[in-house]
Design a protein around this ligand. Sequence first.
Ligand SMILES: *[C@@H]1O[C@H](CO)[C@@H](O)[C@H](O)[C@H]1NC(C)=O
Ligand SMILES: *[C@@H]1O[C@H](CO)[C@@H](O)[C@H](O)[C@H]1NC(C)=O
Ligand SMILES: *[C@@H]1O[C@H](CO)[C@@H](O)[C@H](O)[C@H]1NC(C)=O
Length: 205
Amino acid sequence: MKGSSSRHGLAILFIALQFTPYITLTSAYPPFHSQRNMEYIKSSCNTTTYPGLCYRSLSIYASKINTSPRLLVHTALNVTLRASKSTSRLMVKISRIHGLEPRVAAAMVDCIEVIGDSVDELQQSIGELGHISSSNFSLTMSDVQTWVSAALTDEDTCMDGFAGNNLNGYAKTMVRKRIVKIAHLTSNSLALINNYASTQGYYLH
Ligand SMILES: *[C@@H]1O[C@H](CO)[C@@H](O)[C@H](O)[C@H]1NC(C)=O
Ligand SMILES: *[C@@H]1O[C@H](CO)[C@@H](O)[C@H](O)[C@H]1NC(C)=O
Ligand SMILES: *[C@@H]1O[C@H](CO)[C@@H](O)[C@H](O)[C@H]1NC(C)=O
């Protein structure tokens, strides 16, 4: 059994090695991110509170982001929005479990509501960012900063609701872990937004 799986591993490695030169030499095959694009993400993430998470969540979009601070912010917000929606769906499922302690069920319902608000705020930010122009750069960035800060406050409120609550085992761990993660993603997005805001509209691309 063990021998056969390591033979499998070798076969896969062998196939991968065979294809590597082909892929790297073919310009019509773009998923390999250039060093420059990766460095851009690394140095931008370096200014955030959770640089490891920032880099892990954004580096897969390196070729799309290129070196655009606007696309960097847009992508960070997209990633945060997606994680928030999926956490919200998970909480809705858990809240329907029968036999939840009433206090916990209530915390879950409150949390679903505030995370819903934060999803709206992230969506508004993404929407307005899509219409940014040189004439309203500061106005747009100020709105986006306000909304994303509000989203972060909502996520904190949700976490507070779970503090000291007696939601047992797997569900508690899952929900807490995910809320912490979206709060960290949001905090990182806000840092990237603040950096972009400080460019004063010099980079609209
Ligand atoms: C990240 O920051 C550290 C110190 O703050 C610095 O030494 C390092 O070179 C930076 N890395 C990048 C990629 O900017
Ligand atoms: C953000 O997400 C939307 C919807 O999924 C997508 O159309 C858009 O290309 C994404 N933008 C970036 C910069 O990733
Ligand atoms: C900024 O300007 C663009 C283009 O004129 C417009 O579509 C957008 O709604 C404006 N944004 C704000 C926040 O006023």
